[in-house]
Design a protein around this ligand. Structure first.
Ligand SMILES: [Zn+2]
Length: 153
């Protein structure tokens, strides 16, 4: 059962600003400082940064085709974050965290399929699933992902 989170006074973990949410949103974005947060729907809902303090290295307007979504591309924003790729659709109706974030250790390979108007960046995970991100500048995105995904000492 989902708690009526819309009635809770949720605060941004970064700046303390009031957060607005809906009964279906699992990823929230602070309207003041742009911090992204994950909403945990438990008996007492809490919020946490997603995936970490999401200081995205890059924020790209993208269409995303998630595993199992057939041909249903979703428009939204892709965040190339320190710990993974977080895709937040415009609608914000995004289900669970597994459906939103790809963590770099899960990634087996990244391929680029260039087109006339847009490029498809296809991320293949170790379990064989693929996430496709359709963006304007695919080469830049591939480089950003490769840079972000490098293991840090
Ligand atoms: Zn904030």
């Amino acid at each position: 059962m989902q708690a009526p989170v819309g009635l809770l006074p949720l605060k941004c973990v970064n700046c303390g600003g009031s957060l607005e949410t809906t009964p279906t949103a699992d990823i929230l974005r602070c309207q003041y400082c742009k911090q992204l947060m994950l909403l945990h729907r438990q008996a007492a809902p809490t919020i946490a940064p997603v995936p970490s303090a999401l200081v995205a290295r890059q924020e790209v307007s993208a269409n995303c085709l998630r595993p199992g979504d057939a041909l249903n591309w979703q428009g939204g924003t892709l965040y190339v974050a320190p710990e993974g790729l977080a895709f937040v659709p415009h609608s914000f109706n995004f289900g669970t965290l597994e459906r939103a974030v790809v963590f770099y250790p899960q990634i087996m390979g990244v391929t680029l399929d260039t087109g006339l108007i847009s490029d498809d960046v296809v991320v293949t995970l170790r379990d064989g699933q693929t996430w496709s991100y359709r963006v304007r500048k695919g080469k830049e995105l591939v480089e950003a992902i490769q840079q972000a995904a490098q293991p840090r000492a």
